[in-house]
Write a protein that binds this ligand. Structure first.
Ligand code: ATP
Ligand code: MG
Length: 401
């Protein structure tokens, strides 16, 4: 006699791989990260559905199906569940409850609980501490009393960051003296915040790890990042100023975090390298990351390929950097280099350089600070990649690095 079928909520997580070409994959969020996931999934023969309310969606434009609805819309979620064999997210601020609900009947990665941790700076810091990963001295600021406390004063000069919804340096304020803290907290909306000590940075790096349901993990080579005005501007791989032991330590710490979160999917961990050479974790992104875009053109497996593989339960192989690379972020500011009227940058001049890979995200309207695309320069050696990237930067009116 055959066993009675299990009720849906107690079904085991299906572990059989979703073979290439066999299914539709879903992604929550419709920005450029989703678009590059769509491209990688389609390369493997999958069809893709994007859930994104915005009509003008870089990922929606590339996908077979664009569900135009809020991430919490129950009819759209039902459609996604029906159409897709597995679901991922390109965006850490999708409600964790939605991921949890989808995970009752579908393979979903990353896991809702891990996303919830990455959505909240205070939980993220607690995760670092519990995993034994060094992070900046910090204090949660949730009340006027916190904002005037001696414990907060001891962290200054510092940076006050909203616990939720910060990105590209938004939702942050520098605080030099305790007298400034109450006003800074009020200016951020008096919402829960984390006050961090401002650390003496020598460099910034990031590590992307991918972990499968079976706990097997791989990583991309360590990236060195330069930020301008709180936004990533340049990524260089191999990292020119980072020694091998430091890079190996960063990878080990990122893997430890992935394990602590019982993570499935692609996780990026940003680190500071302090003046004394020590590593401090800054923050995590439960998804591919801007600093990993170079992997599309410079590695034999990209961060988006890894996202597809972890979602579909396909084998993970260690990515190999086949060419040194420099990535330049292309912000909307480039369109305004000559004045208030937007003007298309001289792509032809840039594409005349060797080893240039131009990625535009299909966003119609350039705006200052908006990520419009990126450009990866690959070359036979790091010096060549850097020299060409500097020429491309000069042609586009970007500062040297
Ligand atoms: P992202 O776009 O990476 O999500 P974000 O808005 O979440 O950015 P953070 O990564 O927290 O912001 O900070 C942005 C930048 O500000 C960092 O890359 C670093 O250059 C600087 N910064 C942040 N925290 C500190 C700190 N404690 N000490 C020194 N510099 C810091
Ligand atoms: Mg950051």
């Amino acid at each position: 006699m055959s066993a009675a079928p299990l009720p849906p909520s107690t079904l085991p997580r299906p572990l059989a791989p979703l073979l290439p070409g066999s299914a539709m994959l879903g992604v929550l969020g419709g920005g450029q990260l989703g678009r590059m996931f769509v491209h990688a999934a389609q390369t493997h023969g999958y069809r893709v559905a994007v859930l994104e309310p915005d009509d003008a969606s870089p990922a929606g434009a590339a996908a077979e199906l664009h569900l135009r609805a809020p991430y919490t819309d129950s009819a759209a979620l039902a459609q996604l569940r029906q159409a897709c064999a597995a679901v991922t997210t390109e965006f850490e601020n999708v409600p964790a409850a939605v991921l949890r609900e989808l995970a009752a009947t579908l393979p979903v990665s990353p896991p809702a609980d891990a996303v919830a941790v990455c959505q909240h700076r205070a939980l993220e810091k607690r995760c670092f501490v519990q995993a034994g990963v060094p992070c900046a001295p910090h204090r949660v600021i949730e009340s006027a009393a916190d904002a005037g406390s001696a414990a907060a004063a001891a962290l200054l000069p510092g940076i006050l960051k909203t616990a939720r919804l910060g990105y590209d340096g938004k939702g942050q304020a520098g605080v030099a003296a305790i007298a400034e803290l109450p006003a800074a907290w009020a200016a951020l909306g008096a919402v829960p915040c984390v006050l961090e000590q401002r650390l003496p940075l020598r460099h910034e790096i990031s590590v992307i790890v991918a972990r499968g349901r079976d706990g097997v993990w791989v990583h991309l080579p360590v990236q060195q990042n330069l930020h301008r005005f709180g936004i990533l501007a340049v990524t260089q791989v191999p990292p020119p100023d980072i020694d091998a032991p430091t890079a190996a330590q960063a990878v080990a710490l990122a893997a430890r975090l992935a394990q602590a979160l019982d993570y499935v999917g692609v996780l990026c961990v940003e680190f500071f390298v302090l003046q004394d050479g020590s590593l401090v974790a800054n923050e995590m992104a439960p998804r591919p990351h801007n600093s990993g875009h170079y992997s599309i053109d410079a590695c034999d497996v990209s961060q988006f390929d890894l996202q597809v593989r972890t979602l579909a339960g396909l084998p993970l192989v260690a990515p190999r950097l086949h060419s040194p690379a420099v990535m330049l972020n292309l912000l909307g500011d480039l369109w305004f280099a000559a004045g208030p009227e937007p003007r298309t940058p001289d792509w032809a001049a840039v594409l005349a350089l060797p080893g240039v890979h131009l990625h535009l995200y299909g966003k119609a309207e350039p705006r200052r600070g908006r990520k419009m695309g990126h450009l990866t320069v690959t070359a036979a050696d790091a010096a060549g990649a850097r020299a060409t990237a500097l020429r491309a930067a000069a042609l586009l009116g970007l500062p040297a690095f």
